[in-house]
Design a protein around this ligand. Structure first.
Ligand SMILES: Nc1nc2c(ncn2[C@@H]2O[C@H](COP(=O)(O)OP(=O)(O)OP(=O)(O)O)[C@@H](O)[C@H]2O)c(=O)[nH]1
Length: 318
């Protein structure tokens, strides 16, 4: 249940849910009642601490590079369309003057001259449009490339490198999307927060590298139990969050029971020694009048209750 940074030496960005969570944890640690006054005081104090993002310099650099390229491409598009517009206006003026001249001339040689100017001007406009079309095609491929780079960048920024689960940044995005979807379709949405029990002992006994392998193993067992539409998030060091669309508390209970069974049936071994993995979980279902973060706080509180009541169990929030 510790707050070890997950992916880098930087401390993680604090979302409102993080702040609320830390505030509740601190209150519990200090034995203070979670009254609105105490909670607000702690929330504000923690919110005042600014923390950098948990992304590496290389990842941020790559994200910035994509942004600079977007800006270059947009400049290019703006230049191309400006040139196109100027050329079209110029061509239009020449054509209109030629037509005026045509109307006032009856001499066949003069008419021929004007017509030839008109044809030249039309050719030049066609050339400009064709050049601009080519430029815009090139810019479109640049935009397509940027789009795919952005998708890769987004994935990197939202994924936990150890387990391949989403990280908290990814959770923010998915939570907003799923809450909106649940509201729109009047569908159930549940969340389960799972914290591995006595994980410190695993590290102490087998070392951190084995601890990491246990986390990877647990994440892959969990992924195997989840539905395609469920979302697995690495919520903290040895803490995972399951976002379960179209799932009520009963569905979530079924899922956690199944996860427990599959976890027992798929033991992790290190040098033929069985590493026992158990977990405590807190589950909450989205209420009509609450936002996604409030649901997470209730699930988190339920998980803490599961820990305090002896671990290796699941508690469902009211
Ligand atoms: N190997 C490894 N260990 C981690 C990672 N993140 C957190 N931990 C460890 O997880 C342990 C968490 O310890 P505690 O917060 O005391 O929790 P716990 O031992 O699981 O006890 P309870 O949660 O109360 O059941 C610490 O030893 C952390 O170092 C990680 O990415 N890899």
């Amino acid at each position: 249940m510790n707050e070890r940074p997950m992916t880098s030496p930087h401390s993680p960005t604090l979302t409102p849910a993080d702040i609320a969570r830390v505030a509740l944890k601190r209150l519990a640690e200090l034995g203070l009642p979670p009254t609105p006054e105490n909670y607000t005081k702690f929330y504000n104090a923690i919110a005042a601490i600014k923390s950098p993002t948990d992304k590496s310099d290389a990842e941020l650099k790559s994200a910035y590079q994509v942004l600079f390229r977007v800006s270059d491409v947009l400049d290019g598009m703006s230049d191309t369309s400006e040139t196109l517009l100027e050329d079209l206006v110029r061509g239009g003026e020449v054509m209109s003057q030629s037509l005026d001249a045509l109307r006032s001339r009856s001499d066949p040689t003069a008419v021929k001259e004007v017509l030839s100017t008109l044809i030249e001007s039309t050719d030049s406009v066609c050339q400009t449009v064709s050049n601009s079309h080519r430029d815009l095609q090139e810019l479109k491929s640049a935009v397509d490339k940027i789009q795919s780079d952005l998708a890769i960048n987004r994935k990197t920024l939202e994924q936990d490198p150890l387990t391949g689960a989403l990280n908290r940044q990814g959770l923010e995005h998915m939570l907003a999307r799923e809450v909106k979807r649940a509201r729109r379709g009047q569908l159930a949405l549940s969340v389960a927060i799972i914290d591995l029990d006595d994980f410190k002992q695993v590290n102490d006994r087998f070392g951190h590298l084995v601890g990491d392998k246990v986390l990877v193993h647990f994440a892959s067992v969990t992924k195997a139990v989840l539905r395609e539409s469920d979302v697995l998030v690495r919520y903290g060091g040895e803490e995972f969050l399951l976002l379960l669309p179209e799932t009520d508390l009963n569905g979530a209970r079924f899922l956690i029971d199944r996860l427990r069974q599959v976890n027992v049936k798929t033991p992790f071994f290190h040098q033929s020694q069985h590493v026992d993995i158990r977990f405590s979980a807190g589950v909450a279902e989205l209420k009509i009048d609450e936002n996604g973060h409030a649901m997470l706080i209730r699930a988190d509180e339920a998980m803490y209750r599961a820990k305090h009541e002896g671990r290796d169990r699941v508690i469902f929030a009211d």
